[in-house]
Structures are given as structure tokens and as C-alpha cells.
Design a protein around this ligand. Structure first.
Ligand code: PLP
Length: 441
């Protein structure tokens, strides 16, 4: 039985594959978020995706509300992306030389995000944040980095320090294998508490190379920045000569053409020194990037002394998928994604309310999630973990049985795509009331 006494349905083909996977892969998965540990049962092994739908090894279809954890803003197997990939593959998959596509993708990013003057392409969001932090240290000649509890920036050793309490928490390793030395220069603070950041800068400002934050936190459930938080980080970095790194791996090219910066930064008139991107800009292939001020990026090898490299960086297939995806992300796509996110969030919240389940809908642009809590607001990690996440397991399995694939964790954002049409939304609407009643039990 799963948490909350839920009995997951049988899925013979997935169970067989999982048994094989567990023998040759730790925990049976290649990324822990894919496991069903938090909700119980065996992960569904997907064999294909088309538009808003996934099909598993048992031949069941699901409306997909995970979207590969963000990249699939156009839905699965979008014809433009498939065609671009076929063209690219037929021309050779990797040359280890510069290629025209890399220039085009870099231009596409720079053209969308005004403060982005130069970018370096990498293969994952983890590489992007790791490299941005290294560059910030190299540029400033300082060592310390401020991050916020509950923000995820990939599995970079120095950024895996998430536990924090008190005024200043010197990061301690959360994960065996991450040494104290790797996190000794990481300062972990509660999200959305600008006064605390201010006091840390007052004490240690001269040693702080950078503040890194998710543009809008969405890895502890969705916790948008409070008004003035990001702008305040910008101001403090300016006052103390630190760089401000905005992690838009999740939000970039998803919540708007110019990401979260395009919404909040433009409205409030601030910009980070460095951005990190991933997910949507790779169109479902491994591509990510970091970039920003040209004078900072000029410190990167071979232009400057800060080393950073990658055999497959700017890979022709990944670049082709990313370009095809970005080119297809019209204003109509963003409008559709925003509208669908609102529809789905509304449907689920109504069902939970009708079933009497205390919950707090949370959103940042088209990213959304639900906290199972009767708190009036969740603004940080402590608030996020205080929810009754055990209710989510029952909700999740009921939705799964009805053909809706949700993130297998109460602490992840839900994603819709432009391919989520009325039929997909109707399936969610049909499934939600029973799932909400299961969560109430
Ligand atoms: N930064 C943020 C905000 C993310 O959400 C993620 C992944 O979920 C990462 C960085 C790491 O990206 P990747 O999984 O591609 O290494």
C-alpha cells in the first residue's frame, strides 16, 4: 500500500520493466523524481507521447501534466520539432566544431531576453547553474554564494545545501557525498525573507560573489516571489558588488517569451547579471544555457580565464529541437498555456473544495501546484513542507487510474502545454471529483 493506505492499480508491463530496471539501475530510475516513492506503487514506463497524451507500456493513455518536467510546452512529438530533428539527424549528430545552429539558437535566446548579451550553451540546467556560479566567483574574486532553502538549481554540490534555519545558515551537506568543503561557502537563507538577506550582506557583503534564486520558486511546489523580493535581491547585489543570478531553467521561455524576467523584471525595471536556462529551450533534448552581461561572460574561456567546456555542448540535435520549439512558441501558444493552466487549476481547486479538502492553490505564471494545507499562504520551504502531503498520494493514484498523469510528488509544479485541448481538460474535469474525495478520506 502507498502512503495514506492507497492501493495502487496493477500495471503488469510497467511492473515487469521496473523489476528489470531495479536490477541494473539504482531505484529503477535515472532521475529520482521519476520514482513513485512519495506516492507509492511502480512508476509507469512510457513508450510514446503525442500532443497532451502519454501512452504507457500497458497501452494506457494519460493526459500528461508533467510535460517532461517542463520542456514540452508544445506537447509531445510536435510536427515542427520532429521534422527539425529528422533533418538534423540525417546531417550528422555531433562534430565537435562550431555549427551554424548554435549561432541561431544563441541569437534566438538573446533576441528574446533583452539583458542577455551573450550565452554559452551547455547540456543541462545543472551545468548551467554550476558554470554560472563558477563564473560569478571568477569575476568577483569572491567565494560565497547565497541560495534559498527549497530552491533547486540542479545537483551542483555547492547548491545542494538546502537546509537552513536561524539568521545565517552556513550550508551543511544534505547529501552524503557532498563534503562540508563543497558547501562551506554556501549561505542558505529562507525564501522570500529579504530582511535576512540584507542582514547577511551587512555582515559578509564583501565576501559574497553571487545570489542565486529561482526566478519564481517551483521546486518546493510553486512559491512565487513576494512583491519586491527579486528586485530587492538586485538592489542588495548592486550595493555590495555581488552578481545576481536568476535561475530560469524552469520558467525560461515557458511563463512568457522572455521568461519570468519578461513578466516581473520588465514591469519593475530590474535585470539579473546572469541567467540560467534549460528545459523549453532544448525542446525535449539536452540543451541548456547560461549568460548575461557581456563583460561578465568575457571572463569565460577561451575569451577569459574561467574554464568551462563540454564535448556535446550545442549539440546539433538539441539545438534543432530547441530552435524549432522556440520558433513555434508564438503569443498564441503562451496565451493558450496560460489559459489552460488557469482552467486546470480551477477545476482541481473546485473539486478539492467540494470534497472539503483544505488546500491552497499556488501559481507563478502558467506554473501551478496545490498545497494540502489550511494555511492562508505558503511563502517559503518551511511552509511548503508543513502541508499534509500524504493526501496527495490518494489524489495522485485516483487521477492516474482515470488517465491523468500528475507529478508523483506534492512538491512539484504541474505543467500544461499548448496541445492541452478541450478533450484533455474534460478528462481532467471528469477525474478530479473522485480524486478529491479520495484525498478527503
Ligand atoms: N534549475 C531549476 C530551477 C530547475 O528546476 C532544474 C531542474 O528541475 C535545474 C536547475 C536543473 O536542471 P537539469 O535537471 O536539466 O540539470
Amino acid at each position: 500500500a502507498a502512503p495514506g493506505g492507497v492501493v495502487p492499480s496493477a500495471a503488469p508491463a510497467s511492473e515487469h520493466l521496473f523489476a528489470r530496471a531495479e536490477r541494473v539501475t539504482p531505484g529503477g530510475v535515472n532521475s529520482p523524481v521519476r520514482a513513485f516513492r512519495a506516492v507509492g506503487g511502480v512508476p509507469r514506463f512510457m513508450v510514446s507521447g503525442k500532443g497532451a497524451y502519454l501512452t504507457d507500456a500497458d497501452g494506457r493513455t494519460y493526459v500528461d501534466l508533467v510535460g517532461s518536467w517542463g520542456p514540452m510546452i508544445l506537447g509531445h512529438a510536435h510536427p515542427d520539432v520532429v521534422a527539425a530533428l529528422q533533418r538534423a539527424a540525417a546531417s550528422g549528430t555531433s562534430f565537435g566544431t562550431p555549427t551554424p545552429g548554435e549561432v541561431e539558437l544563441a541569437e534566438a535566446l538573446v533576441n528574446r531576453v533583452a539583458p542577455l548579451e551573450q550565452v554559452r550553451l551547455v547540456n543541462s540546467g545543472t551545468e548551467a547553474t554550476m558554470s554560472a556560479v563558477r563564473l560569478a566567483r571568477g569575476f568577483t574574486g569572491r567565494t560565497k554564494v547565497v541560495k534559498f532553502a527549497g530552491c533547486y538549481h540542479g545537483h551542483v554540490d555547492a547548491l545542494l545545501a538546502a537546509a537552513g534555519s536561524g539568521i545565517v545558515t552556513l550550508g551543511l551537506p544534505d547529501t552524503p557525498g557532498v563534503t562540508g568543503a563543497a558547501t562551506a561557502d554556501t549561505i542558505v537563507l529562507p525564501y522570500n525573507d529579504l530582511a535576512l538577506v540584507e542582514s547577511v550582506f551587512a555582515e559578509q557583503g564583501g565576501e559574497i560573489a553571487a545570489v542565486i534564486t529561482e526566478a519564481a520558486a517551483a521546486n518546493m511546489g510553486v512559491v512565487p516571489p513576494l512583491p519586491g523580493f527579486n528586485a530587492g535581491l538586485r538592489r542588495l547585489c548592486d550595493q555590495h558588488g555581488a552578481l545576481f543570478i536568476l535561475d530560469e531553467v524552469m520558467t525560461g521561455f515557458r511563463v512568457s517569451r522572455a521568461g519570468w524576467w519578461g513578466i516581473e523584471g520588465v514591469a519593475e525595471g530590474w535585470a539579473p547579471d546572469l541567467f540560467t536556462f534549460g528545459k523549453v529551450m532544448g525542446g525535449g533534448l539536452p540543451a541548456a544555457a547560461f549568460g548575461g552581461r557581456a563583460d561578465v561572460m568575457a571572463r569565460l574561456a577561451p575569451a577569459g580565464p574561467v574554464y568551462q567546456a563540454g564535448t556535446l555542448s550545442g549539440n546539433p540535435l538539441a539545438v534543432a529541437a530547441g530552435l524549432a520549439t522556440l520558433n513555434a512558441c508564438t503569443d498564441e501558444v503562451y496565451a493558450a498555456v496560460d489559459a489552460r493552466a488557469g482552467d486546470v487549476a480551477g477545476i482541481v481547486s473546485t473539486a478539492l473544495t467540494e470534497a472539503g479538502v483544505a488546500h491552497l492553490p499556488a501559481s507563478a505564471g502558467s506554473l501551478f501546484s496545490f498545497f494540502f494545507t489550511d494555511a492562508a499562504a505558503v511563502v517559503d520551504y518551511a511552509g511548503a513542507v508543513a502541508q499534509e502531503s500524504v493526501r496527495y498520494a490518494a489524489f495522485f493514484h485516483s487521477m492516474l487510474d482515470a488517465g491523468v498523469y500528475l507529478p508523483p510528488s506534492a512538491f512539484e509544479a504541474w505543467f500544461v502545454s499548448a496541445a492541452h485541448d478541450d478533450e484533455a481538460v474534460e478528462r481532467i474535469a471528469a477525474a478530479a471529483p473522485a480524486a478529491a474525495r479520495a484525498a478527503a478520506a
